[in-house]
Write a protein that binds this ligand. Structure first.
Ligand code: ADP
Ligand code: G6P
Length: 484
């Protein structure tokens, strides 16, 4: 069951903030529960997973969309965070969110694994909505406030906000990959997007390759002067650097040690028929996640009896996402066909080979699944980071468990001891899954221990303080008057 909340809605008093986060989505969506009562439900995706615990600890405001077309609710408080909803019309949801953000930029920035679509009306709506976000931030930012803009939906905001409020310190963080020159240059708004991003004082990426791509594009497209110190453009210095995002490791560990969660993990194993091997996959149902390659590899492993069909279960949790977009609907049909084909071939009465769940879960249930799984298969074709991989590692407090991880996930740069695979190479992927399934406890711990140690030293708090601390230092080095 997804996390829902019915706590009373407290209105935000008027005033301004020293810290503001801007992201397309608020951390909670307005929704209706199974009894038809209005409620708030945690928004999907890694951005919210990472930023929510950070913002709970600091007093600040979060500006974002509440998840439905139509007028915005009044600002309200949730979990101690002041939420300022932004209204989007139905046309804007089509053009800005489903269109330019998720029909153009998302596929283009993920290696064009699906064909990006380019439409001028989408671009116009993207501009209009970015301006609305910039104006909303300009209204509630205290003098000299720190404004942190997030992700590909809002790439024009830093430039727009700087024009409105040159006194602000502006950071931008991209949660997804930033593509190489050849791909980025397909974008009709390419110079405009680069100028938008360069409106920030600090631009952060998940992976050093993304940072390099950005620096190259700043020089090639805009003629910016790129040095070791930063990017000199339009009379200002802009810093670009790598800040790999992470999870709240302590909270994940707390869940993992909770007796109720451990009991639920044991119960899940029993419900699945106590098989020898449980393989788990948890993704938004997105074409970047490599779900089809994974199913293909699993099917062949069963067919070749490298995995025993009577003793192996794959649990595929596929979180509903972007369901109005054709490419996502087509993916869902293909995945569901593959699941039923595998079950038709290898399941028995009362025993499934693939448990496919197209639902959101609360965090305790997810943690129980991580604890129940012998092998975690994270096989994206391209992913900015992939927090699911980090959550699995953080949950395995006794060092058991086996992570199969695509080398095209940002997390692969940090979780080096995982069974790393190329998801396009089905034979290699099969070997990775089979080896992970066969590993003994000593081998599991040999790999898991260093990954766990890495995560303890690099949790989400370190990510946030690293970014904000850098932004703070830069603005002291480059006084506001120079930018204004
Ligand atoms: P993305 O941001 O592309 O969705 P990530 O792996 O970085 O991918 O982040 C996904 C986040 O969504 C993780 O924090 C994960 O725990 C959460 N999540 C994944 N599946 C579910 C689910 N079925 N229900 C609720 N949350 C989920
Ligand atoms: C990724 C993106 C986030 C986005 C999330 C969920 O993590 O980087 O910006 O919020 O997916 O997608 P959605 O379209 O539902 O917001």
């Amino acid at each position: 069951m997804a996390e829902v909340s019915h706590t009373a809605l407290t209105q935000v008093p008027g005033g301004t903030y020293d810290l503001i986060v801007l992201a397309n989505r608020l951390p909670v969506d307005h929704a209706v529960d199974e009894n038809g009562r209005p409620c708030r439900r945690r928004s999907p995706g890694g951005l919210v997973t990472a930023l929510h615990p950070i913002m709970k600890r600091r007093s600040g405001a979060w500006i974002g969309w509440h998840g439905r077309p139509g007028p915005a609710p009044a600002p309200f408080v949730h979990d101690g965070i002041h939420l300022h909803p932004i209204a989007l019309t139905g046309d804007e949801v089509d053009g800005y969110y489903e269109g330019q953000s998720n029909g153009t930029i998302w596929p283009l920035y993920h290696d064009a694994v699906e064909q990006p679509q380019f439409h001028r009306v989408w671009q116009d709506r993207y501009r209009a909505v970015n301006r609305r976000f910039a104006e909303a931030a300009a209204r509630v930012a205290a003098p000299g406030a720190l404004v942190w803009v997030h992700d590909y939906h809002l790439q024009l905001v830093p430039g727009m906000l700087r024009e409105l409020r040159p006194d602000l310190r502006i950071g931008f963080f991209l949660h997804i990959p930033f593509p190489p020159v050849e791909l980025f240059c397909q974008m009709p708004m390419r110079e405009e997007i680069m100028r938008g991003l360069l409106g920030a004082d600090l631009v952060g990426f998940q992976h050093p390759q993304a940072t390099r791509n950005f620096r190259t594009l700043a020089a090639d497209l805009l003629g910016a002067k790129v040095t070791d110190r930063g990017i000199w453009y339009d009379g200002r210095d802009v810093a670009a650097d790598t800040f790999p995002i992470s999870i709240d490791v302590a909270e994940q560990q707390r869940l993992a040690l909770d007796p109720a969660v451990r009991a639920r993990a044991a119960e899940i194993r029993r419900e699945l028929g106590d098989p020898r091997t449980i393989v788990l996959a948890v993704d938004r149902l997105d074409y970047t996640k490599g779900i089809e390659c994974r199913l293909r590899a699993y099917e062949e492993l069963l067919s070749e009896r490298r995995l025993d069909p009577a003793q192996t279960v794959l649990v595929q949790v596929a979180v509903p996402t972007r369901q109005q977009i054709d490419q996502y609907q087509a993916l869902r049909e293909r995945v569901e066909r593959a699941v039923s084909r595998i079950n038709g071939e290898y399941a028995g009465i009362g025993r499934l080979s693939v448990h496919y769940v197209h639902q959101s879960f609360d965090r305790a249930e997810l943690a129980a699944l991580y604890l129940a799984a012998d092998v975690m298969a994270v096989t994206p074709l391209r992913d900015g980071m992939n927090l699911v991989a980090k959550e699995y590692v953080a949950t395995r407090t006794d060092g058991t468990g086996a992570l199969v991880l695509s080398e095209f996930a940002g997390a692969a740069a940090e979780l080096e001891e995982a069974w790393q695979v190329n998801p396009h190479d089905i034979d290699g992927l099969k070997d990775g899954i089979a080896d992970a399934a066969e590993a003994d406890v000593a081998e599991q711990r040999r790999r898991m221990d260093p990954m766990r140690a890495h995560l303890h030293a690099h949790d989400v708090n370190r990510w946030a303080t690293g970014f904000m601390g850098r932004l703070d230092r830069l603005s002291r080095r480059w006084p506001r008057s120079a930018a204004a």
